[in-house]
Each structure stands twice: as C-alpha cells, then as structure tokens.
Design a binder for this molecule. Structure first.
Ligand code: SF4
Length: 551
C-alpha cells in the first residue's frame, strides 16, 4: 500500500502559538464574523506540550494592541497582573550601585503591567478555543508545503521515530495542513522562516537580524513592591558587551529577574547563564532574593536589530509575524505588544486577500503597507539605530540612545548596514592574547541557594524530551568542533548554551563534542551564535522541551 499522509484543509494556518499568532487569529476571527464569514477555518499549531509551555518574556506588558482587540482587557483578563508603580535604573559595579536620578524615558513603564507572559498566553489560548479556532499543541511545523513556488501550507513533524530513523510502535506521520495563507509566528529564528527567508531571498538588501539572549529565573520572595520595575546596567557585563539586567516585582510575591546579553559579544568564553548568577550575587539583588526560593528558569532569544533587519514579511501564500519578523522595540525592551499588533495587521491583510481570493506576494504586500502606516512602525522607527549604537560599547551607546530620543531615532548617524552577531565573536588568542582564560568563571560558586549550576536551573524549566528520537540539533561537522573550533574559539557552544547541552569530552586523546539534547530549552542561541554557523536547530517531537511556569 503506498503511504498516504493525512491532509487537512483550512483557510489560514498560524504556526506557533505566541502572542502574535493568538491575537492575530482572534482578530481575524472577529473581522470575519463581522462580515458574516465566521465559517472561515483558522488553525494554530504549537510545538509545546500546551499552548503556553514555551512562552517566556520579562515581562512588562504594554496593553496597547490588546486593548484594540479587547477594549475591556484590563477588567476581563483575570491573570495576576500589577500595574507598574515605580521605575528605577541602576548602574552597577561589582560591589556598589548608582541610581539614575531620572529614569530614561524609554524605560518609564507607567501604564504597563508586570505579568507572566505564560499566563497571558494561556488566557489567550482559552479565548482562541472559545472563538472556535482550532488550536493544536504538540504539533511542530517540520516543513513548508509549496506549489509553483508559493507556500500552500505546512507539514507537521512525524511522531514516533527512533534515533536511528526507524518507526516506533507509536509512529504517527505528520499531517499536511494546506492553507490559503500560512502565517509564521514561530518566535525568533523560526525554523520554517529561516528556510523560507533563504529560499525567497527575503533578507536581500536588508541587514541580518542580530539577536540577544535573555536568561531568566522566577523567585518566590516575599516583598511589598508589587508593580515595581528595576533595570540595571554595568556589572556583571563589561562595557564592550551589550546588555543589562531586570527585576520585576510580580503579584503573589513573585520576582522575575533576568539578564539580557546581545548575541554580538566578543568574548568566546562569555556564559550568559553564569553572568546571571553573578548578577544575583550583587548586594542590590541578593538582598531582594534573600530568604526566597527560585522556582522557575528559562531562556529565549530576542530579535534586537530593529527596523533595518526586518525581512520582507510577505511572499506568495505566507506572512511573517512577531519575533519571527523582528518586531521589537529595542529601546524599551518590549516586543509583546508589537508582536500582537503584527498579528492584527496580518489578519487585516488576510481578510482582504480572502475577499479577493488573491494570496499572491503582490496581494499580501498590503501587510507591509499597513505596518508602515501603523503606530508599531512609528515606535520601531524611533529605535531603529539603538542596537547599532552599541558598536563601540556602553558609553557611546548611552549617548546615542539619548540623542536618538532627541532626533527621532537618528542618533549619531543612520546605520542601515551591519553584520550578523556571530561575526563579532573573537578568537581566543585574539581576545585573551597569550593568557587563555578557560577558567573565566573559576571563582563563581554555585551555592544552590542563591546561585545555581546550569543543570539545576534546567531542572526548573520542567523539560521533557524523549531521548529515543532523531537529533534536533544538527551539527554539520563534528571534526571542525574537535579540531578547529577547540583551538580557535575554545568551543563557545559550551558557554553560550544556557542549558548545558554542549560538552567537550576527551575521547581517543582528543576533545569530542557530546550533546545532551534533552536539556534543550529551545532558545536557538546555538543556531544563531555558533561562529562557524554549523549548528541547525530543528523542532523535536511535538510536546518536547520546557514546560515553563510563571515565565
Ligand atoms: Fe538553546 Fe541550542 Fe542550548 Fe537548546 S541547545 S538550549 S537551543 S543553545
């Protein structure tokens, strides 16, 4: 019997159930219902076990886009959320702190909410189901379907294949979900989006996306500071490295704390997880966490380069939204509201495309036009040169940010062209000279009360991966790792991975790369930051990965 794959026909498929897709689908459904076309079929697939399993953000949430969808959002959304009551920014040195007398305007958050993105996504997931939209968790998109070079849907990943590629007893082939429009909201460095962008040249003439990694813990720590937002600069990062820390005081005595580091750093031994542990040891932070308990850990990447690194967001039969398309207000460190707005703009484009039965690139280019006329564009335009301003380190970046504020985004100069983040990593000999520093973190103590090693932290990501499945981290050349990378970059994957997936193990007299894929928290840092670009992250079986709580 020839093998037949199940085919499901829908009108619109969203890939990835982040805020962009969920709000986009809800807006689409609402617009169609108003036109008497509520029978249009919309589906969302999500790789996580539950709709919110992989959702992670700071988060200070600007409710601007969601109020366009739900004007009564503030009263109908029942999740714990605290209105921001106070903002402060500190410059830290190892032992001391200096509070900024005035919080820079981009970091003023009055009118926003401190909340958990997870809870928000879970609530949106309920709204989606109430609206009759098909939501399929545990269904990763494996590849895009094409017809005459136009995207016509997505094939979900086969389930029940062993690590040798053989079918197991629970084998279930992936489903071909055919759609008039496929909307990619896969988050940063989306797997399908990456292949599509390459195939269609959607990044041509634009700068490559530059990312940051955010590493985060949530603590139960008694406090009376609900709604307070605190940002830090300086320690533990050196002045050449872009990034900073955050502490958000959530309801229910939860504290969200994290560190964001630009993935265009130079030091091959820099370890974002370890830097977060160093940040916690600072007296300002330690005092807040004292007596508390870490309950959750996770990491994610963030598209940081802004307007000039956004790909063409439309092609025949397909739109890119949210982090996948680079929606981010880098100056304000906020992307959720922009992701939601992108989903809504995509929805409005789709309504017109459905009416005209035209899903060509020309018809879908309406999405970019709508974006350019929206407040989302105005907001991103003001921060368009922010990331580039870090090129020469912290001090010029601060002046550039201030000047940007006064020059409507211009800063010192317009910087449309820049290089991908991994190209900034320097070789060990170049960065450290003769004094190789494999022991960069030798003095870091993991006391398991305040500071934790990666394995302990990953335990609090509630990870689940069936070990007997094909690898989801594809390393193109293991010899390069043990021979060239060891010498040139000191195998930086051991450091930039926040989940201890990559290890070098001595075998037959030389270091060999060893992987622990079941630790992976799906942050995609390895796909982005590997200096040789030989690591490709693909989604593992549906339902694999972290099952974040309160992140
Ligand atoms: Fe992130 Fe890659 Fe490590 Fe997974 S293996 S946690 S995607 S860096």
């Amino acid at each position: 019997m020839p093998f037949e794959r199940e085919v499901l026909d829908v009108d619109v498929i969203f890939v990835g159930a982040g805020p962009a897709s969920l709000v986009g689908a809800l807006h689409l459904q609402k617009l169609l219902a108003a036109k008497g076309q509520a029978d249009t079929s919309i589906a969302i697939i999500e790789k996580g076990r539950e709709v919110h399993s992989h959702a992670l953000s700071g988060a200070v949430f600007i409710p601007r886009a969601i109020r366009e969808l739900y004007p009564d959002f503030d009263t109908i959304c029942p999740i714990p959320k605290a209105e921001v009551t106070k903002d402060s920014v500190y410059f830290l040195t190892e032992k001391s702190k200096l509070k900024f007398p005035i919080t820079p305007p981009p970091l003023q958050n009055h009118g926003s909410y401190v909340l958990s993105l997870q809870n928000l996504v879970a609530w949106l997931g309920q709204k989606v189901e109430e609206a009759g939209i098909n939501l399929f968790p545990s269904f990763p998109g494996a590849e895009l379907l094409y017809e005459n070079d136009a995207v016509v849907g997505v094939r979900t990943r086969d389930q029940g294949i062993d690590k040798e590629g053989k079918e197991k007893a629970n084998y279930t082939p992936g489903v071909d979900i055919r759609a008039k429009v496929t909307v990619l909201g896969e988050g940063p460095r989306g797997t399908l989006a990456k292949t599509l962008i390459d195939k269609k040249g959607l990044q041509n003439g634009r700068s490559p996306q530059v990312y940051a990694i955010g590493v985060k813990e949530v603590w139960e720590a008694p406090h009376q500071r609900e709604g307070e937002v605190l940002h830090t600069m300086g320690f533990p990062l050196d002045t050449r490295t872009m990034g900073g820390g955050f502490l958000y005081f959530m309801p229910d005595n939860l504290v969200s704390l994290g560190l964001i580091i630009g993935l265009d750093y130079q030091d091959p031994f820099l370890d974002p997880h370890h830097e977060l542990q160093r940040l916690k040891a600072h007296p300002l932070i330690r005092e807040i966490l004292m007596g508390g308990k870490m309950i959750s850990y996770g990491a994610k990447t963030i598209p940081e380069a802004g307007l000039y690194a956004m790909p063409q967001m439309y092609t025949d039969g397909c739109l890119l939204i949210g982090d996948t398309a680079g929606f981010q207000n880098v100056m304000k460190l906020k992307g959720i509201h922009l992701a939601m707005k992108s989903g809504m703009l995509a929805a409005e484009t789709i309504v017109t495309a459905l009416e005209q039965n035209d899903f060509s690139e020309a018809a879908l280019s309406d999405y970019e036009q709508r974006f350019k006329k929206s407040w989302a564009y105005d907001e991103m335009r003001k921060g368009r040169n922010f990331h580039q301003g870090w090129e020469h380190g912290l001090i010029p970046a601060m002046f550039n940010a201030g000047l940007q504020f006064l020059t409507n985004g211009w800063g010192f100069k317009e910087r449309k062209h820049f290089a991908a983040g991994h190209t900034h990593m320097r070789k060990v000999a170049d960065y450290y000279g003769e004094q190789r520093r494999d022991d960069k973190y030798a003095s870091l103590v993991f006391d398991r009360t305040l500071t934790f090693d990666k394995v302990t932290d990953v335990f609090n990501a509630y990870n689940l991966h069936d070990e007997n499945q094909p690898p989801h981290l594809l390393v193109a050349d293991y010899d390069l790792c043990s021979e060239r990378c060891t010498v040139e970059y000191g195998n930086p994957c051991r450091h930039f991975c926040p989940a201890n997936v990559y290890e070098m193990v001595e075998e037959h007299g030389k270091p060999q790369l060893h992987l622990n894929p079941s630790n992976c928290v799906h942050c995609k840092t390895c796909d982005i930051m590997d200096p040789y670009q030989i690591i490709t992250w693909v989604p593992p079986e549906g339902g694999s990965g972290p099952n974040y709580k309160n992140l």
